[in-house]
Structure formats: structure tokens, C-alpha cells
Ligand binder design. Structure first.
Ligand code: MN
Length: 228
């Protein structure tokens, strides 16, 4: 084997409740997966199959670290989400088998440069620079399904500076976790280490430097970051 011509990048990994770290391969995100959020973004939630975008794995921000306010935006929004971590991959995964592929769950934030995303939408351009920027995916400690089960109900909440900003329940997901895994696996071959951010409920809004974001998915875990 020949040597790398550059030092290879480090493996991105997320702390878990078990002590070991979860190695990340890819970060998939579902768009508009709660009806009330789809409506607040000007879409009809009844007519759409799920759609997906990605963030680079090294956009993940772990350990409660501060999030630097990103460049090129004046409208940074929070999106509080349940995150699924896959232990096993595959293509054409049946909905009934989907949960057997899950390692565990976490709470995450799909931070969004809403001004860049909105401009891209208007011009029919990709969302990547609105969604996949550096430090755009703060995430908490992951908990294994062996410990927390497969949550299909439970409160999902985000506090900003101690006040409730987003609040819903996992029962309001348009596409459930098994449906999402099955659908996505018909588009790409999923792999161990893949994450899926499952979408955000209503109440997305702008944050500014100094804001403290504290999110929780009941029975799963928490996520915390301060915008600096
Ligand atoms: Mn999102």
C-alpha cells in the first residue's frame, strides 16, 4: 500500500452513554417532517414524499461546545431534531426490519443559515451552503436503543436562554423513523455510522451571539450549545 499524500482526516465521533464513541460516516437530514413546521415554511405537508439533504460529518459539534456564529449569514436559525444513529446499513431495507439497523438515538440541532437557504430555494439552487456549513450540527450524547428503546412518542423541546422556543411530540413526525430509514435506503445504500436528523417541529427562529440553546428529546437525551 502506498502512503497517503496528506495526513488522513480524523474520524468524527460522538460520545455515547456507554462510554465508547460512535464513529460517524454520513449525516442525512429529512426536510419538512412535521406538518406544522412545513406550514410555517410555506409548504403543504400533505402532498410531499420525504426528501433529504446532507451535512458533512465534520459539521458535527459535540461535547456541548460553543457554536461560532457562521460567516455569510445574518439569519441563523435553530432546528431541534431527533437523531437516529445506524449500526447496520443496507439497501432496500423493509420498514418492518428498519429498527433492527438502529444503534441508538440522540438530540441534535440542524442549524441553518436561513437567508442562504431561502435565496437558494428562490433561485432553484442547492441548499448545501444554507445547511452544511462548519459547526452546523450540534449533537448531544448518543444513547443505545438497548437502553432507551425506539422512541415513537415523547416531548421534543428547545429552550433558548431558558424560554421554550420549540415544543412538539415525536408522534407528530410525518414520516416515522422506520419509514424514513426504509425510504432513504431505496435512494442510497445506508452504512454503519450513518446519522439521520429526522426533521424539526414548528417554532424555528433566529438566534444571536450569546444565546444558550438547550434541547431535549424525552427519554433520549439532550443537546446544548452557546452561540459565540
Ligand atoms: Mn432540519
Amino acid at each position: 500500500m502506498s502512503e497517503f499524500v496528506l495526513p488522513p482526516p480524523p474520524t468524527v465521533a460522538i460520545p455515547t452513554t456507554e462510554g465508547g464513541r460512535f464513529p460517524v460516516r454520513r449525516v442525512f437530514c429529512v426536510g419538512r417532517n412535521y406538518a406544522a413546521h412545513a406550514r410555517e415554511m410555506g409548504s403543504d405537508p400533505d402532498r410531499e414524499p420525504p426528501f433529504f439533504f446532507l451535512k458533512p460529518a465534520d459539521a458535527l459539534l459535540t461535547g456541548g461546545a460553543d457554536m461560532p456564529y457562521p460567516p455569510a449569514s445574518q439569519d441563523l436559525h435553530h432546528e431541534m431534531e431527533l437523531v437516529v444513529a445506524l449500526a447496520e446499513g443496507g439497501a432496500d431495507i423493509a420498514e418492518a426490519d428498519a429498527l433492527a439497523h438502529v444503534w441508538g438515538y440522540g438530540a441534535g440541532l440542524d442549524m441553518t443559515r436561513r437567508d442562504l437557504q431561502g435565496q437558494a430555494k428562490k433561485e432553484g439552487k442547492p441548499w448545501d451552503m444554507g445547511k452544511g456549513f462548519d459547526h452546523s450540527a450540534p449533537i448531544g450524547v448518543l444513547a443505545p436503543a438497548a437502553r432507551v428503546g425506539h422512541p415513537a412518542t415523547g416531548r421534543i423541546v428547545l429552550h433558548v436562554n431558558g424560554a421554550v422556543r420549540q415544543q412538539s411530540d415525536l408522534t407528530h413526525l410525518i414520516w416515522s423513523v422506520p419509514e424514513t430509514i426504509a425510504y432513504l435506503s431505496r435512494l442510497v445504500r445506508l452504512a454503519p455510522g450513518d446519522l439521520i436528523f429526522t426533521g424539526t417541529p414548528e417554532g424555528v427562529a433566529a438566534v444571536v451571539r450569546g444565546d444558550l440553546l438547550e434541547g431535549e428529546v424525552a427519554g433520549v437525551g439532550t443537546v446544548r450549545t452557546r452561540i459565540v
